[in-house]
Design a protein around this ligand. Structure first.
Ligand SMILES: C[S@@+](CC[C@H](N)C(=O)[O-])C[C@H]1O[C@@H](n2cnc3c(N)ncnc32)[C@H](O)[C@@H]1O
Length: 286
């Protein structure tokens, strides 16, 4: 997906990258713009990256924390997971947030109506083996390096507030939640938001790209028709597996809706007639 975005948008090194639905930050971290405004409505995501930026939290501290709590988890099992979850919901500690995120069910980030993290345990007591801790440590070293080398602002705010900062020298990348999927204390997205976003994007200053599913085996995303009169489209197709069975092999086409002036002119044009199917190895559990 990252390569697909990189191959289809035309931006220069001086732009400010604006990403109002940051999530894990995988797009910004991989594309590595020099200047960026990175925001999300979830304060725990923003707090984690800000803590790394101002050196309040180091990759070494994260790895030590995972080692200690991972050992306890291996000995005590899920009661320890729920103890850390309770502690996080009281103290909102960024290290506990990383711990929970790495051993909760499917790596989900969800909060109940009271703003409490409520994802259950992944049920693997020996989750934090040495190899996993080393991998997480290396990821945070790379994240810290990237943040410290760049001029990035992390802000906790709604997508609409973030879009106020767009200008002729910015490029905005939007990856909003799915309408109708789970909404929680920090993350809400309904038909009204989706509708508001159409005119917000049309009026946006500078460039933009919006990521969204276009078509699967059963349905087409009719919402995307709203962008046809003013934006360009590029497509990317892949297969995913439900429950790991070959019979449940499903094709999904993703779209990138791009400001026409910012479309990279490729020899391999990603239009609907020249799609190359990509097989994803990640199997989605039913
Ligand atoms: C689909 S995810 C983004 C995934 C991201 N591209 C990544 O690489 O992980 C959507 C994100 O939008 C955030 N979000 C949900 N509602 C929001 C809102 N009203 N304003 C800003 N962010 C919101 C969620 O917290 C979530 O992190």
């Amino acid at each position: 997906m990252i390569d697909f975005i990189r191959d289809n948008i035309q931006i220069n090194n001086n732009i400010t990258w604006i990403e109002p639905f940051l999530g894990s930050g995988s797009v910004a971290f991989n594309l590595a713009p020099k200047k960026a405004l990175l925001s999300d409505s979830n304060p725990h995501i923003i707090n984690l990256y800000k803590s790394i930026q101002n050196n309040k939290l180091t990759p070494e501290e994260i790895a030590d924390h995972l080692k200690i709590e991972g050992n306890e988890l291996a000995q005590k099992g899920e009661s320890h997971y729920y103890q850390i979850r309770k502690r996080f919901n009281q103290d909102k500690n960024a290290k506990d947030f990383v711990f929970l995120n790495r051993c909760c069910f499917n790596g989900l980030i969800r909060f109940n109506k009271k703003g409490e993290f409520n994802v259950p345990f992944c049920k693997k007591n020996d989750r934090f083996r040495k190899a996993l801790i080393t991998k997480i440590y290396n990821q945070f070293v790379a994240v810290r390096e990237r943040i410290l080398l760049s001029e990035w602002d992390f802000v906790c705010q709604s997508w609409e507030e973030t879009l106020i900062n767009t200008n002729s020298n910015s490029f905005t990348y939007l990856d909003p939640p799915y309408v109708g999927r789970h909404t929680d204390y920090y993350s809400s997205w309904d038909e009204k938001d989706a509708h508001k976003m159409i005119s917000a994007i049309e009026k946006l200053k500078g460039g933009y790209a919006l990521s969204m599913w276009f078509e699967n085996r059963y349905r087409k995303n009719l919402y995307l028709q709203n962008f046809e009169k003013f934006a360009s489209f590029r497509y990317f197709s892949h297969f995913y597996h439900l429950g790991g069975s070959e019979q449940n092999r499903n094709k999904m086409i993703e779209a990138l809706v791009i400001h026409p002036d910012y479309v990279k002119q490729n020899l391999l044009k990603n239009d609907l007639n020249s799609l190359v199917d990509i097989e994803f190895n990640n199997h989605i559990s039913a």
